[in-house]
Design a protein around this ligand. Structure first.
Ligand code: SF4
Length: 455
C-alpha cells in the first residue's frame, strides 16, 4: 500500500475492516496520478461508435481521431461506416481562422459520398478552445441534406470519460422521438448499454425473441439511426452499462414516461435475473413461462463444463479493474462461481453507492480502489500475489509485464462474454490463462526478481 499518493488515500478501502467512511470518489484525478481514465471525447466516442449506419466525424486534430480509430470491436450486421475514422484534421490555419468552413465542407463531401442515415460531429479540445459553432454547422447541413446531423459536445478538457457518456446520451436524446411507433408491441424494450463488442447484442436479442419480447432499439450495439428514432415507442428501458446510459434512461423517463431497470448479462445468475426481471415487468404468463424454459435450458447446457473448470481454478486469486463499477459486481460473482477469490477490485468511475455494494460482496481483506493508476495497481497485484488480472486495453501490458494471466473484459475482446454461453466462454478463457505453465517461468514466481529464469 506504499504506492498510494497522499491525496488518494481516501480512494482506497479494504473490505471487511470496519471502515465506515464512504469512498471519496467522483472527483477529478489527482495531479501526478496517471489515471486510467480517458477524456470526454473518448467517452462519447465509445458510446456512439457502434451506430454503424451513421457518419462519425471528429472535428479536431488528427491525433484525436487516431486515438479512437476503431476503438472497440463493435460488430455490425449491416453497414460498416462506423469503422472509418473521419476527421477534419484541424491545423494552424483553422486554429487561427476558425474551423467551421472546413467542418461544413467535410460534412457535405462525406454525406454525398457515403450517404449515411445520420451523422455525429464530435467536438474535441481544440474545437472547444477556439469556439467553433458546431451546432450551427450541423443545423445547416441537416437542413440541406434532410438527415439528422448531431453535434456531440465532447471537448476533451471538460472532465473525464464519464462526462463523455453524458454528451453521447444528450446527442441520442435529440434523435429519440422522431420516428414512427405505431407498430411497436406492448411487450417491447430498448436495450441500453450493450455495445456488441463480439456479438453480445445478437445473443441478448435472441433471448428476448424467444421470450416474446420485441427489442425496439439497442443503444448502441449494432445500432441503427432509424431504430433509435423510434426508441420512445418501447415500454421499458433495460439498462446494462449504467455508467454510460443512466443519463439517457433518466431523460427518456422524463420525456416519454418510460421506466427503466438495471441489469447485467454477465454471469449465469445475473443473466437469469435480468431476463426474469423483464418478464416480471410485463406480467404476461406466456412470457414468464418461456423465460423459465429458456433459463433452465441455457443453464443446463453450460453448467457441467463450468463445474469441471472450477475444479482446476479453485483457490486462484484475481484482480479486477474496469470502467464502470457495475461490471465489477458481476465479475466478483462470476469468479466466485469458479472458486476464485477477488483480491483487488476497482473502477474508473464508480459512485459511493457502487463502492458500498463492492464492500458488501467482497471477501474481507479485498482492496477496493477508485480511479487507480498503474503504480498503485502494480503494487496491489504484487502484494496480493494474484494469478489473474481482468481489465481493459490499458491494463493488459501491466499484467504481462508483471507475469500474470490477463482477461480482456473491455473494448478489444473477440469472444462474447454475455449470457449463459458467454459465461462459459469467460470460464474457458480464465482457465486457459491462469492455468498456463508459462507463469511458472516468471522470475517473481521463482523467488527471483532480477535474474532470468534458468533454462
Ligand atoms: S484530450 Fe482533447 S486533444 Fe486529447 S484526445 Fe481528448 S479531445 Fe483530443
Amino acid at each position: 500500500m506504499n504506492a498510494i499518493l497522499k491525496e488518494r488515500r481516501e480512494q482506497v478501502l479494504i473490505a471487511g475492516n470496519g471502515q465506515p467512511a464512504a469512498m471519496a470518489c467522483e472527483k477529478p484525478s489527482a495531479a501526478g496520478s496517471v489515471s486510467q481514465r480517458a477524456c470526454v471525447f473518448c467517452g462519447s466516442r465509445v458510446v456512439l461508435y457502434p451506430i454503424s449506419d451513421a457518419l462519425h466525424l471528429v472535428h479536431g486534430p488528427i491525433g484525436c481521431a487516431a486515438y479512437t480509430w476503431d476503438i472497440r470491436g463493435s460488430l455490425s450486421s449491416g453497414r460498416q461506416l462506423h469503422r472509418m475514422s473521419f476527421c477534419t484534421d484541424m491545423r494552424e490555419n483553422e486554429i487561427i481562422h476558425g474551423g467551421e468552413k472546413k467542418l461544413y465542407n467535410a460534412l457535405c463531401e462525406l454525406i454525398t459520398r457515403y450517404k449515411p442515415n445520420g451523422a455525429f460531429v464530435y467536438a474535441t479540445c481544440i474545437a472547444g478552445l477556439i469556439g467553433d459553432d458546431i451546432d450551427a454547422v450541423c443545423k445547416r447541413v441537416a437542413h440541406e441534406f434532410a438527415i439528422s446531423v448531431l453535434p456531440v459536445h465532447s471537448e476533451g478538457f471538460k472532465g473525464s470519460k464519464k462526462d463523455g457518456y453524458r454528451a453521447a446520451c444528450d446527442a441520442l436524446d435529440t434523435l429519440i422521438g422522431s420516428g414512427p411507433t405505431g407498430d411497436v408491441s406492448p411487450f417491447s424494450i430498448n436495450i441500453l448499454g450493450d455495445f456488441n463488442l463480439a456479438g453480445e447484442t445478437w445473443m441478448i436479442r435472441e433471448y428476448y425473441r424467444r421470450m416474446g419480447v420485441e427489442v425496439v432499439s439497442v443503444c448502441t450495439g449494432d445500432g441503427r439511426i432509424e431504430e433509435i428514432k423510434r426508441a420512445h415507442g418501447a415500454r421499458l428501458n433495460v439498462v446494462q452499462c449504467s455508467g454510460s446510459m443512466k443519463h439517457l434512461a433518466k431523460r427518456m423517463r422524463e420525456r416519454f414516461g418510460i421506466p427503466s431497470i438495471q441489469v447485467s448479462y454477465f454471469g449465469i445468475e445475473d443473466t437469469a435475473k435480468a431476463l426474469y426481471d423483464v418478464a416480471d415487468f410485463f406480467k404476461n404468463p406466456n412470457i414468464s413461462r418461456r423465460t423459465q424454459e429458456l433459463v433452465a435450458a441455457e443453464t443446463k447446457a453450460v453448467m457441467s463444463r463450468i463445474k469441471e473448470i472450477r475444479t482446476q481454478t479453485q483457490g486462484k486469486r484475481a484482480a479486477i479493474y474496469v470502467g464502470g463499477a457495475f461490471k465489477a459486481f458481476s465479475l466478483v460473482k462470476a469468479l466466485r462461481m469458479l472458486g476464485m477469490k477477488t483480491a483487488v477490485v476497482g473502477s474508473q468511475t464508480g459512485t459511493p453507492e457502487d463502492y458500498d455494494v463492492l464492500k458488501s460482496i467482497c471477501d474481507p481483506g479485498t482492496i477496493i480502489v477508485d480511479d487507480s493508476n498503474p503504480r498503485e495497481l502494480a503494487s496491489f497485484i504484487i502484494e496480493k500475489n494474484v494469478d489473474l488480472f481482468i481489465g481493459g486495453v490499458k491494463e493488459r501490458p501491466m499484467a504481462y509485464k508483471l507475469g500474470i494471466g490477463f482477461v480482456d473484459h473491455n473494448h478489444e475482446r473477440k469472444i462474447a462474454l454475455a449470457g449463459f454461453k458467454g459465461m462459459l466462454n469467460f470460464c474457458e478463457e480464465v482457465a486457459a490463462t491462469v492455468l498456463s505453465p508459462v507463469w511458472n517461468l516468471v522470475p517473481r514466481r521463482k523467488g527471483k526478481t532480477d535474474e532470468p529464469p534458468s533454462p
